[in-house]
Design a protein around this ligand. Structure first.
Ligand SMILES: [Zn+2]
Length: 358
């Protein structure tokens, strides 16, 4: 294969992990060390990326892409996170993804209690659709890229005024780590240290965000941290083959994946467990740990397979949020009995900026 052909092939594979546009992916690889095409972030950069990913990837709402992140573009000490356009909470009206991200991320103190949002997160600038973020007193850097027309300044200003009115000091413009934040870290040492132990993982997952879209059969993905485990619950609808092996193989790929090993697994894919049209949800559970460490602690993947637990118009909701048609046809086809409803025949894309990306 010519070097150009090889670069094109690598760029297409990189896209499956990052969701970047082809030319961006190709440019990132050009002249780099292709023996490690998706490098790990240094420690503080990993901290920033993991904290942001943890806050953005909770469940309870729908997006065009899993976790509302369409793509991630990374360099050693920076990352650009491409946000989806809108989100929907259950049956509510669409809400801008940028506003939702700020609600989750911006640090604000509840004096004497805790700090909400990401402790130490600082806003360092706005350039068009880009919100530049760092951690107090650090050089790490992450850009949240909103859709065209995102009014970051207005969104920030609104939250600043709301927090001040509520007696909750906003902290994202403070140059140093505030006394509130230092107290928060002191008051919750166990949680703080458990999260720092998972920074490498959160950052590595964020840098491979597209595998939840490209390599997973799940139509619903959500996650949370419990003790020393980062738990992901990935729901595949009955009628679609649950292919967790394809996901695991992308995740643990020796060149592109994360250095993980399977610590323990419980797989219920045995045909004897087939329950026909039962409402029962099967779950295959995998515990994965860093390949260089002994013991457990790291990533828990719950591959769930059953009726559409959050169904009833799910397909049309995802469609209206701009979910790529190819992905929908794969994970939630029209024929899927558990997700169809009257609304599923009416969907038209109201927020379609993402179309054409994948
Ligand atoms: Zn299984």
């Amino acid at each position: 294969m010519t070097s150009g052909g090889r670069l094109n092939k690598l760029a297409r594979t990189r896209q499956l992990y990052t969701g970047e546009l082809f030319h961006v992916s190709k440019e990132a690889l050009r002249g780099g060390d292709n023996r490690s095409p998706l490098r790990a972030a240094p420690m503080r950069q990993a901290h920033l990326e993991a904290e942001i990913f943890a806050k953005l990837c909770g469940g309870g709402q729908w997006w065009a892409h899993p976790f509302g992140i369409a793509a991630v573009q990374t360099a050693d000490k920076s990352a650009v996170v491409y946000l989806d356009s809108h989100t929907t909470f259950r049956s509510d009206d669409p809400y801008p993804r940028s506003a939702h991200a700020l609600d989750e991320l911006l640090p604000g103190a509840e004096p004497g209690l805790q700090v909400n949002g990401v402790v130490g997160l600082r806003v360092v600038g706005i350039e068009g659709p880009d919100l530049h973020l760092t951690l107090a007193g650090d050089g790490c850097h992450l850009i949240l890229r909103g859709t065209a027309g995102t009014d970051w300044a207005g969104e920030l200003d609104e939250r600043w005024r709301r927090m001040e009115k509520a007696g909750s000091p906003p902290l994202w413009n403070e140059p140093q780590l505030t006394a509130y934040e230092q107290a928060h870290i002191r008051d919750y040492p166990r949680v703080w240290s458990a999260h720092r132990g998972l920074d490498w993982l959160g950052s590595a997952l964020l840098r491979r965000i597209a595998i939840f879209h490209m390599s997973s059969t799940a139509y619903s993905s959500r996650s949370w941290i419990h003790d020393d485990e980062w738990i992901f619950e990935l729901d595949t609808v009955r009628g679609i083959k649950l292919d967790h092996d394809a996901f695991l193989s992308s995740l643990m790929d020796p060149l592109w994946g994360i250095p993980l090993r399977i610590h323990s697994q419980y797989c219920s894919c045995d045909p004897h467990h087939r329950l026909g049209h039962s409402t029962y949800t099967l779950q295959c559970t995998y515990h994965l740990a860093h390949s260089d460490t002994s013991g457990r602690g790291g990533l828990q993947l719950r591959f769930r397979h059953g009726p559409g637990a959050y169904a009833g118009g799910t397909r049309s909701t995802l469609q209206s949020l701009g979910a790529p048609a190819k992905w929908l046809a794969r994970v939630l086809p029209m024929s899927s009995p558990d997700v169809s409803s009257r609304r599923d025949n009416e969907g038209t894309s109201r927020f379609s900026r993402e179309e054409g990306r994948s």
